[in-house]
Ligand binder design. Sequence first.
Ligand code: BG6
Length: 504
Amino acid sequence: MLDYKKLAPSLLFIFGGSGDLNYRKLTPALYNLFLDNAMPDKFAIVGLARTDYDLEAYKSHLKEGIDHFSRNKDNNGSWDAFSKNIGYVKLDVADQTAYPQIEEIIQEKEKAAGEKMNVIFYMAVAPQLVPVIVKNLNTLQVCADTACTRIVVEKPFGHDLESAREMNKMLLEYFEEDQIYRIDHYLGKETVQNILALRFANSLFEPLWNRNYIDHVQITAAETVGVEGRGGYYETAGALRDMIQNHILQILCMIGMEPPVSFNSNEIRNKKVDVLKAIRRIPKDQVLDFAARGQYTGGWQQGEQVSGYREEKDVNPQSTTETFAAVKFYIDNWRWEGVPFYVRTGKRLHDKTTELTIQFKKAPDFAFPKEATETMRPNRLTIGISPEMDICLRFQSKRPGQAMILNPVDMVFNYKDAYNGEEPEAYETLLYDVMDGDSTLFMRADQVEEAWAIVMPILDVWSSRKPIDFPNYSPDSWGPEDGEALIAKDGHHWIIQPPRIKKI
Ligand code: BG6
């Protein structure tokens, strides 16, 4: 059992209650928190959407989501016990006259609880609906109570720097920054949070964590799936907006940040935003040297025939949207000067893996005979974020025998072996934190805007210079040649850990 502290009574309103996010992620996460005894003693969850459900039909729809997507399935009547707390209201979000019923529900639930509840509004809706919901919510009395009301906003948070600024301005007109929880689900992943523990709770790594010892850093977030029926959304996004502007830059911040003086949420976020501010804005005339893009063709993926991106549903047959992006970043500060951070992401790649590599500089090898060092490799720390959850440290060892031959070997820490697969899923952690009022793992307005400012030169150049070679990579590959060239021209190659079999 994971250890959670008891939370104050909470009432969650999920806008988009009949949608996919609630079905696949939110309800399963809340259910798992319930099983882990981590939900408040008094709570209620109300789905709001346009679909015509009666309560039983709504619950059985959500139960189906539990059967498919929850890490724990229904047992011993636990779903019944949990779902007693679920309600459903049919509501057109644009209709202001429908909102007073929300206030009535709050009063009714608080009366039943016999005390005040934290009220959370979760925007599990398309981003264009958020402004109208926020405006309508603010006609309600409850929103005047800044201490007990919170709003959760999903990505995409804006389409570019300007729209993200507008969105922040709009939200901040109605809510205080402390009430706004901008989700980046990668920050809820155990392995991502563990980066801070690894760096700051061990005396071993931090002294080496800088340009004197680190040669370069890599972040790969590869997927085998295509756009999975989300062509309409993806056409407006592309890989750079979908993954790099948010998830990957957030991971990069965790690797690059200075040690915090406390784990206070603003302190952590200040340290991260310092990294974002120090990331070099790529001059527009150098974008093609610092970034590469690609789009998948049709072909074969793990024995299955798959369509090309341009043949996917809701995708323009001449689309120039990138499904692969790779970028080289520099953090221009004292710690990281001159250390490249190579990042890449893509759909329909050879493997589903998110992993980080810290490549250390080569150790001096002059003392060893030449033949001893032929297989010698620099130290390397690899952090598996998902699905492998592990940390591997590569170092040199002497191969057994009379001769002095050096060989790289791995020392492996694996979550599954160490913790019996108890890790909460990202949304469990994030929903718990929202109920707890802890915003450390959420994006502050300035973080979102800095992250957009970093990718804007690339987006601008890419949209003005349409790719002429799309589609340019096959499914089941590691992306286009340009992605390989981006790193190869600096004398490096992309690193993917082989299946984790080497243990010492
Ligand atoms: C989402 C993107 O934010 O992250 C998706 O919109 C992507 O396109 C997903 O598939 C990847 O998340 P994970 O947790 O499976 O790596």
